[in-house]
Design a protein around this ligand. Structure first.
Ligand code: OSB
Ligand code: MG
Length: 361
């Protein structure tokens, strides 16, 4: 078996601003594994800085290189992978990068498309768009474009002190769209009075208003607002999802495979959401065509009942590193029908954006 890494720096079509900062490039580790005539790929969703969650590209690479590759080498099945990596606390994004490499490998070995390997699929993902903060006129124009392209939900980023300006401008112009807002944990338990004002904008949900690892304050907040709460950052495992429902901290969960340690845990969380009559959708981390193919595959499962942050590749990159980027029709994106994620790597762009590479095994 061989495993290689590629570190890429890919320019984003437009800068992406959240309450925690602005990304101009996508700095990302890609992994390639060859074994038994099968080539598998995955990507790690960490960024250069630990501003969304506690991991970054440097911590993840350390975990992968010095711990995880040796576990991948044994080709554990998906459950065994969880068992064998339990001794490493946290570091879910690093684990997920290796776990998903194995999912691509195993679905290819089974001669199945990943989306069929994962479960019962409707055959397409419902697409929503996530818009970073911008000059408000740019945001309004991007929303009109999104409506024209038939996106099924629009999510805007907000931050403390800017929420009313952003949401009132959006609602004035678009009174009827399916709208949500994501604060990326910018508020605290002292801000409930500001957050309550968000109720008047009729959002389908408010995403992660409070601390990145909190459940209890979200549960208190849920009692004080009528807008449903969606948790993103706080849900880092199936157990965390159970606890969140136990204390009514949320009605909706945004699953990012990276944040929860991979696809196996994502599938468990989907079951937990169903058992609790909640809602669930698949988020995004501005992935390249590789990570995107995993997202679209899982987002196509029947149990995913809300549109995700699952845009086609051309929202992010002029030239993605795949030859078969996704296309959206009527707000729907079909996963690839090839084996595994079905992506075809475009070596030309992989080389062009490469800043480092090497062998891990
Ligand atoms: O909170 O959902 C988030 C991007 C980077 C970090 C956090 C988030 C996001 C997004 C982008 O909202 C979703 C996408 O990939 O389009
Ligand atoms: Mg979010």
């Amino acid at each position: 078996m061989k495993i290689w890494f590629y570190k890429l720096k890919m320019p984003l079509i437009s800068p992406f601003t959240t309450s925690f900062g602005t990304d101009v490039n996508k700095d990302v580790y890609i992994f390639k594994m060859e074994h038994d005539g099968i080539t598998a790929y995955s990507e790690c969703v960490t960024d250069e800085n630990p501003f969304y969650g506690p991991e970054d590209n440097y911590t993840a690479f350390h975990m992968i290189k010095n711990y995880l590759v040796n576990i991948v080498k044994e080709l554990p099945d998906h459950e065994q992978f969880q068992e064998k990596t339990k001794f490493l606390k946290g570091n879910n994004m690093a684990k997920a990068a290796m776990e998903m490499l194995l999912y691509d490998y195993y679905s290819k070995a089974a001669k199945k498309s990943l989306y069929k390997y994962l479960g019962s699929s409707r055959g397409y993902a419902n697409a929503g768009i996530s818009l970073g903060m911008d000059d408000i006129n740019i945001t309004l124009k991007k929303i009109q474009d999104a409506i024209d392209r038939k996106y099924k939900r629009v999510k805007v980023k907000i931050m403390k002190g800017k929420e009313i300006e952003i949401l009132s401008a959006v609602r004035d112009q678009f009174p009827d769209i399916v709208l949500s807002a994501d604060a990326n944990s910018d508020y605290t338990e002292k801000d409930f009075n500001i957050i309550k004002k968000i109720d008047r904008y009729d959002l389908v949900y408010l995403e992660q208003p409070l601390y990145h690892d909190d459940i209890i304050y979200h549960s208190r907040l849920a009692k004080e607002i009528s807008t449903p709460i969606c948790l993103d950052e706080s849900i880092t495992s199936p157990e965390k999802a159970e606890k969140a429902f136990e204390v009514n901290a949320c009605k909706v969960i945004n699953i990012k495979e990276g944040r929860v340690g991979g696809l196996y845990n994502s599938l468990k969380i989907i079951d937990i959401v169903k058992k609790n009559n909640g809602h669930v959708w698949i988020g995004g981390m501005l992935e390249t065509g590789i990570g995107r193919a995993f997202n679209i595959s899982i987002a196509s499962l029947n149990d995913i009942d809300y549109p995700g942050d699952t845009s086609p590749n051309d929202k992010y990159f002029t030239n993605d590193i795949v030859k078969n980027p996704f296309k959206m029709e009527n707000g729907e994106i079909k996963p690839n029908n090839g084996y595994g994620t079905g992506i075809e790597i475009d070596d030309k762009y992989l080389e062009k954006y490469k800043v480092d590479s090497g062998e891990l095994l």
